[in-house]
Design a protein. Structure first.
Length: 339
């Protein structure tokens, strides 16, 4: 009997020891988890667009890959560099700047922290420029996705007037405009494209009041569909669309929830995919440093939304034409202008 008690006691101690070891291993794994620091663009998290797409990729990496993350919303000016530097000087292994405004800051901070990895979405990379081996630029063929929603607008407009609302007047947003206009004219050469921009500074991406004002002006000039590439400024466009009983096209993420019934579709820019894939590559020691990775239709980096919530607004025959154009772009039969 005493021997049995001793054996049971030993077994209990062994199990307790194993449990404690498992807890310690779990705690150690958590402590050693890959760490990512992300700094949002103008407009911050909650813009239902560009920044929220980046956060979705970050959160998916946490769920699927077990990373730890932190983020910051610096606002404008020099705060960007200090936010990046704060993460780089801490425990983060990979630091991501969300938006072209981070381009110079990422390059500067990366030089001071050569053993950390950096990624910048929409980074400005000059022709012939060589990036540091610890930096990757994540770029998109926005013009290709914009071309498709432009074709959709040209096929569905009843007034033969549509519009484009841009945020800040920069080459990046001009790519959206160029692709959209080309898509409209591909299917409807006589349709007029009205173009308005919200401003010439970063504030142009977070001014819903201005977005509504410009949207009302275009709808007032007979536009019945307006596509925006303007961050949270576009939320004002959706209000204008509802007020005028017209249609708007969202950008970056599926923006249907912003104004159901008045969002024809959204030109999705898969920032979430770019963020997720970059984190995974960094974890797998396959970080594409020194490169500019480009995501287009072929890479599933851009596209447009078609689902049960907007299917009633897009006839099957119209969708078929737009999808056919997408296949031609992927095949190289259509070269979409970017300016």
């Amino acid at each position: 009997m005493r021997r049995l008690v001793s054996l049971l006691a030993a077994a209990t101690l062994l199990l307790a020891g194993c449990a404690k070891k498992s807890e310690q291993e779990a705690a150690g794994a958590k402590a050693n988890a890959y760490k990512v620091g992300l700094v949002f663009d103008v407009g911050g998290r909650g813009d239902k667009s560009f920044n929220d797409a980046a956060y979705a990729g970050l959160d998916s990496a946490k769920k699927d890959l077990g990373i730890q993350y932190e983020f910051n919303e610096p606002g404008e000016g020099g705060d960007r560099e200090s936010a990046l530097r704060q993460f780089a000087s801490g425990a983060d292994d990979l630091i991501i700047g969300v938006g072209f405004l981070f381009s110079d800051d990422v390059k500067t901070v990366a030089k001071d922290f050569p053993h950390k990895k950096f990624a910048c979405i929409d980074m400005n990379v000059a022709p012939g420029e060589t990036l540091a081996t610890n930096v990757v630029a994540l770029k998109f063929k926005e013009e290709e996705g914009s071309y498709l929603v432009g074709a959709l607008s040209g096929l569905l407009t009843k007034t033969h007037v549509v519009g484009f609302l841009g945020g800040m007047q920069i080459p990046l947003i001009k790519k959206f405009e160029a692709g959209y206009t080309a898509g409209v004219h591909k299917v409807s050469p006589r349709t007029k494209v009205l173009v308005k921009y919200a401003g010439a500074t970063g504030q142009a991406f977070k001014d819903p009041t201005k977005g509504k004002e410009l949207g009302l002006a275009m709808y007032g000039d007979n536009a019945d569909i307006v596509f925006h590439a303007s961050g949270s400024t576009g939320l004002g466009l959706f209000e204008a669309a509802k007020e005028k009983n017209a249609l708007a096209i969202g950008v970056d993420s599926d923006q249907n929830d912003a104004m159901p019934g008045h969002v024809l579709t959204s030109m999705v820019k898969r920032v979430d995919v770019a963020v997720y894939e970059t984190i995974k590559q960094a974890m797998d020691e396959q970080f594409p440093g020194g490169q500019a990775r480009v995501f287009g239709l072929k890479e599933n980096g851009v596209g447009y939304v078609y689902d049960a919530r907007n299917a009633s607004l897009i006839p099957a025959n119209v969708k078929a034409v737009v999808d056919s154009l997408g296949k031609e772009i992927i095949a190289g039969k259509i070269q979409v202008p970017s300016e």
